[in-house]
Ligand binder design. Structure first.
Ligand SMILES: [Zn+2]
Length: 583
């Protein structure tokens, strides 16, 4: 009897809600959980949330290349709607970014449902008791409006979805550090102003088929402050996995295939995200973050509700851990300065997994190989028969390259556009006030190898380099970047050429690799003869090289060039890194 009454009450309150507030039913719900709203409808819903609650404000952080406003909603029970006010309240700031790949849009629909429960029906109002929440409903707004049924071949709904990249065809989730896209530049300003204590980036996977509704990733290797890695591994992950499971969804860490063309057979790997990715970027800002990847083949409804379960769980956890999280982030900033502002410590800039693996359980589906008339080879066929698989998991991600951090970098005034990018990241920049003679370390590149294809609109470059000391006059106006600041990891990842996402590797400085002056052989002949006559050491070296190096011996231009490179006419800037290092 009691049960029946409770049942009636639930039905009644549910109806009351929908009848009295039809405006609050989301587009996703109205569609029968199969469709997602367009930009205008989404922003209208968020505007209504802001208008209806004293705890929410809607703001604009930028304009997209096609002219759409980039919006964010700030939710704060303490009514702290600016970074300064928020900092005073000492509540952690949680940033949720949806639609960085706008075809993967569960996070937007999940955020709308969750915000309604927090701000309107107030069932979950307690989730904002001790944190400030910032939600970006759609980050890649232009891509979002390039809607089609055919934008994600592997994905099971929504009915229509946005496109992966921006109107300029840039992938925002490769752009965090280089910040080429206007959208990313705007977001980084927002990020460095608020400096969120925790960030969530919501996606949908590609890859193998398996039973999990949702997978996730956090940074826990040498690319992040060790205390933050420990906190994520020991505190966050157990709570998060439990919370999402408790809400009825199968969850596990992100499944990164060792060999993407072979499915699960070759095993799966862990990895450390580099700062072109959201979580890798938060890591070098000394902040924890979470990547959410729902499974592309699950129905859209399941993907939205599992994302909602994940968002709720994180909010619950941060509420419980609020003071601890604030302390952790302060410690990460302070310790990062101490760690790298001495001579002993090296900053990791590249990572790889070792050969070590362990066998792990994975809830998959039975699959088999069959011959294919289409491809003419074997095809992978998944059945819908659940199976507990055992797969190799390469868990051991190690540092494969690192650099010693100088106490400062000097950047000549003519490279100001690098400075403009650095300012977006919250890096403090000084300027040399008067001409100063300084002994600096310089880098000269060799074995320079340009990519054959364009990547993210850029021609990337690989190289090696030699270092040497030089005493140079540093003119007034040269930019000075001291490394004893909380963004030391960001600075080094941008300015250390070895780092995979450095300015120079992303092709920001390709002109320094170009030779601009050439000799006429008949002019060089005369100069070379003079040099041979006047310099005994050079003469011996040249004849030795002729004797021992056949390709050199047989190459007349190279023989002349040998003298040009050693003459005062040769360009002493050629392949020299304009950025100077002060140890
Ligand atoms: Zn994605």
């Amino acid at each position: 009897m009691k049960k029946f009454f409770l049942f009636l009450l639930l039905i009644f309150s549910g109806n009351l809600f929908s009848q009295n507030n039809p405006a609050w039913i989301t587009y996703f719900e109205q569609s029968g959980f199969t469709a997602t709203p367009r930009y205008n409808e989404t922003m209208e819903y968020f505007r209504m949330l802001a208008d209806s609650s004293e705890y929410a404000e809607m703001k604009t952080f930028g304009i997209s290349p096609q002219g759409r406003e980039l919006k964010y909603l700030i939710v704060s029970k303490a009514k702290t709607f600016t970074p300064t006010e928020s900092a005073k309240s000492n509540r952690p700031v949680l940033l949720i970014i949806n639609g960085i790949h706008s075809g993967e849009i569960e996070g937007k629909d999940a955020s709308m449902l969750l915000l309604r429960e927090i701000l309107i029906t107030k069932e979950k109002e307690n989730l904002i008791d001790s944190l400030t929440l910032i939600v970006v409903p759609i980050f890649n707004v232009d891509g979002h409006e390039r809607m089609s049924r055919y934008n994600r071949i592997n994905q099971n709904g929504p009915e229509e979805m946005g496109w992966r990249t921006t109107a300029q065809n840039l992938n925002l989730n490769r752009d965090w550090l280089k910040a080429d896209a206007p959208e990313m530049q705007a977001l980084l300003k927002l990020y460095s102003e608020w400096l969120p204590d925790f960030m969530i980036d919501t996606h949908t996977t590609d890859g193998a088929d398996y039973q999990y509704s949702i997978t996730y990733g956090v940074e826990k290797f040498s690319n992040i402050y060790s205390g933050t890695a420990e906190w994520l591994k020991n505190k966050f992950i157990p709570y998060f996995e439990r919370g999402v499971s408790k809400r009825g969804f199968l969850i596990r860490p992100y499944i990164s295939l060792k060999n993407w063309s072979k499915g699960l057979d070759d095993g799966i790997t862990d990895w450390a995200a580099t700062p072109r990715f959201s979580t890798g970027y938060a890591a070098i800002q000394n902040r924890p973050s979470l990547l959410i990847e729902t499974h592309m083949i699950k129905p859209y409804k399941e993907r939205v509700y599992s994302t909602k379960a994940a968002l709720e769980t994180v909010m619950e956890f941060i509420s419980l851990e609020a003071p601890g999280l604030k302390r952790l982030n302060k410690e990460a900033d302070e310790k990062s300065i101490e760690e790298f502002f001495n001579e002993k410590n090296y900053l990791p800039v590249a990572y790889k997994y070792s050969d070590k693996y362990k066998m792990v359980n994975l809830k998959g589906y039975e699959y088999y190989l069959d011959s294919s008339a289409v491809s003419g080879s074997q095809k992978l066929v998944y059945t819908n028969k659940k199976k507990d698989l055992k797969v190799k998991f390469y868990y051991d991600v190690i540092t494969s390259d690192s650099v010693r951090i100088p106490s400062a970098y000097l950047i000549p005034a003519e490279w100001k556009y690098l400075i403009n990018r650095m300012l977006l990241h919250g890096i403090l920049v000084d300027t040399i006030a008067a001409d100063t003679l300084l002994q600096v370390t310089r880098l000269k590149f060799k074995s320079v190898d340009f990519s054959k294809t364009s990547y993210e609109g850029r021609q990337r470059v690989n190289f090696e380099y030699d270092t040497y000391q030089e005493t140079v006059n540093i003119p007034a106006g040269t930019f000075l970047i001291l490394t004893n600041q909380r963004t030391v990891r960001v600075i080094a990842n941008l300015l250390e050429p070895k780092a995979g996402d450095s300015f120079v590797k992303w092709g920001f400085m390709n002109a320094i690799f170009e030779r601009k002056e050439y000799f006429e052989p008949y002019v060089m002949e005369k100069l070379a003869e003079e040099m041979l006559n006047n310099d005994e050491k050079l003469r011996n070296e040249f004849y030795n090289k002729l004797k021992n190096d056949k390709s050199f011996r047989d190459n007349p231009m190279e023989r002349l060039n040998y003298f040009y490179e050693r003459s005062p006419y040769f360009d002493n800037h050629y392949r020299v890194y304009p950025v100077m290092l002060l140890y």
